[in-house]
Structure formats: C-alpha cells, structure tokens
Design a protein around this ligand. Sequence first.
Ligand code: NAD
Length: 476
Amino acid sequence: MQVIQSLLIDGEWSSGSHERQGEVFNPATGEVIAQLGFADRSDLDRALAAASKGFDTWRKTSAYERSRILRRAADLVRERSEEIAALITLEQGKPLAEARMEAFGAGDHIDWYAEEGRRAYGRVIPPRVRGARQMVLREPIGPVAAFSPWNFPVSQLVRKIAGALAAGCSIIAKGPEETPSSCIELCRAFQDAGVPPGVLNLVFGVPAEISDYLIRSEVIRKVSFTGSVPVGRALGALAGQYLKRCTLELGGHAPFIVCDDVDVDAVAALGAGLKFRNAGQVCASPTRFYVQVGIHDRFVEAFSRASAALKVGDGTNADTQVGPLANPRRVTAMQAYVDDALAVGAQLALGGERPAQPGFYYAPTVLTGVPEQARIMSEEPFGPIASIIAFDDLDEVIRKANALPFGLAAFAFTRSIQRATLLADELESGMVSINHFGLAAPETPFGGIKNSGYGSEGGSEGLEAYLTTKFVSQVG
Ligand code: NAD
C-alpha cells in the first residue's frame, strides 16, 4: 500500500525514518486507505535544525515580504480548495459541503494573518530625559512546536501556521495522524507560495514521543496545542517546566440556553444544525441544551424532528448532512454515554444506536431529562448527542451552565435585551454567542477559560501569541 510522503523538513518531503507507520482509514467504510510515514528522533533533530535556520531567515525577512508570500499561499489554498476538501472528507468523514467551507475558509485565515503581521506595532513612550528615546518593539518569539487535531484538519492547523509565520516565527507542526493528507496539501501551498525551506516543517508520528521531544528542545520557544484537556494539561505542564510560552485550545461542554420568549421552531432547527455539524466533533459544539420549562416540550419535539430529518451517510454523497465519526473509539464512547445516561434516568427521544452499515457511524441522538450525575453532563461528548434539560429561571441556568470546569463556548437565545446582557456578563466562557452562531471568524479571538485552556487563536490576540516585547532605551 502507498506510503504517504508526509514529512516536510527543510523544504524536502519524505516518508520518515521511523520503524513504525500509521494506518489511515476512510471512516465512511472503515477501510485502510494509506500508510503514513512516522518521524523518529533523527527526523525531529533535522526538523529542529531546520526550524532554527528557518527562523534566522524568516525573522530578517520584512513584514511586507512575509505578507506577500502569505497572501500568495491564501490564493493557492483557495485555488486548490476542491482537492483539499475531498481529502478532508475522505479521511475525516464530514460532508463535502462542510469540508469545502473549511478548505476555502483557510484562505481567509491566511489573508487575515498576512495583513495583521504588517501591524505588529510597538510604541514610543515619552522619556524622562530630553533627547532620550524609549521604544517598545514587538519581535517574533522564535521557533514554534504546534500540535493540531483531526476534527478540523485544515482550519485547526492553518491558524497555527499562519499566526506563527505572520509574526516572523518558524514552526514545526505535528499534524493529526488520522487525517494527514489535507494537512500535507495545506503545507504544500505555503511551500509553493515561496515560504523558504525550514520555516515551515510538518511531521507525523507517535504524538507523545514527538511532543515530549520537541517541547524539551532548546530550539523551541513556543508551544501551541489543540485537543483534549488531559493532553493539554500534560503538554502545558511540560512547557511550564521548560518556561516555554504556551497556547492551549482544549475541550468544551457548551451550554445552549433557550429562554421562553424565542421562536421555538427556528431556534430548535438552528440548534440541531449546530449540534450535528461535523457529527458533533467540534470543541465549540453545543452539548447541554437548557430550555426554559414553558417551552421545553415544544422545543424537544421540534429539535427531535429537525435532527431526525438530517441525512446520515458517506460525506462524499451530495445529500449527506451528518457523516461518520472520525475513528471507532468515538463510536464506542457515544454508546457508553447513552447507556450510562439511560441507566441513571434519562429518556431517549431520538437515536441512541449505531446505524446498520459499515463505517464509524453513530445516529444523531437526543436525550431528555438527563440527570446531572450522568457522565455526559460533565464529560465532553465530542459526538452526535444532544442532552436537553428544563430550567425555571435565569439564576438557576447560569449556575448550571457555569458549574463545569470547562469554559470554551456558550450560546444563549432570547428576545430580551436585559436577559441577553445578563447572560453575556455572567456566563463563564471564553466565547459567548447570542441569538446566532458567531464564532471562529479569522478576525475574532477564539479560545477558552478555566480547563478549556488559555490564549486565543484568531483576532489580533492570535498574532500576539507569537510575539515578545523588547524595550529599547536610547540616548544620543
Ligand atoms: P486524544 O486526547 O487522544 O487526542 C486529541 C488530539 O491530541 C489528537 O489529535 C492526538 O493526536 C493529540 N495528542 C494526543 N496525545 C498527544 C500528546 N501526548 N502530544 C501531542 N499530541 C497529542 O483524544 P481523541 O480520542 O483523539 O479525541 C477525543 C477528545 O479530544 C475529545 O473528547 C475532545 O475533548 C478532544 N479534542 C478536542 C479538539 C478541539 O478542537 N479542542 C479537537 C480534537 C479532539
């Protein structure tokens, strides 16, 4: 079987020197479609040397020239977005329409950072001594080690690469082993746009081996990870031990609060669309639907109807709206959450089973009356399960929404400006979206608080993550 040329080190593609290789599956069929070359320590040493040399070149390249190259990369990604989207769907499973948005949208992220990199402004502070100059300069932090997950193979990786490169940093990115091919094509677009050898390096392998080796290396000055809370905690601790700056974008458990003054059918349809996007494998996916008691039954009915109408199938079929999960362990996890919730008293309004077909599918599932002790109420489901719970008043729902250690995204629906303002003020969350889904645009910060991590990707904060501050005081 074909071994993918997966490693980009110092401008050269190879399939790696590790004895181990990974298998890449098509989650719609469960079949192995390719072998993935893994990096071993000698490959990582070459990548570190390349990133060190690349940083030296790239930080001396003007912000204007860096921006020009990045803009060209954005154009190439858009030109190639159909091919990239097909690879996302083949390996990750999401419907082609969603994959197209992801691939085409990557161009927007690159454009944003290309422009923002030209605005890494410092400032001049009035001195106490006549003739002196006090200047604050913003400089690239240095070579970055970045780790991105499989749920959005392109949009999770592009934010790290474009942010680092726009700031003048070099980067070693470890892509997701489940979904390598779209990541490879993304990096090829940067390379073809003129990013010099060594500035952008891509590796795959045994995740813990790679992160452990790279984070400890003296070459690496910044760590960026997107993934689960336990892994983020471990990488953050290691980065702290070596005093490396770190951005952690971890899991969430987003409340979706529906007050009794809304158009129930419209919010239920929007909620179902949001919940089952990418089969629920979205860190900002709504997971706890809190619905005010007076409209609860109508909402459950409308939400279940909208969810049941979603077409589940192979993402390459034009009419598919919900694809398979990315890997078999997510299917097992879904069944365990449902069994546990039902055992402690929840009711099943829809789904709760694997459809009888090959591939890693799980039916869109709606649970109601889910007790707080059900595991799904405190663990991130990361899959196609919606839990709907009734609430009486706003104080109660704010308390419940804030009760978990997560704080990534929160959603609220109301026609009352007083309620909207109260919810925006009181929800403990890095992002609050009121009366729509308004997250993850390139120009807006994306990130969490509490156990959902720290730091932002996107917005001017996303560039800030790759910059340091130098104060220069000068006389004469
Ligand atoms: P996981 O924790 O095994 O892996 C999550 C990601 O981290 C994967 O891409 C994996 O390759 C990587 N990873 C794992 N160990 C690593 C290490 N030691 N060093 C560097 N990278 C490492 O979980 P999973 O089963 O793949 O995914 C399920 C869970 O992951 C979900 O419950 C969800 O919380 C989380 N997740 C979050 C996001 C997000 O966008 N925040 C994305 C994907 C997965």
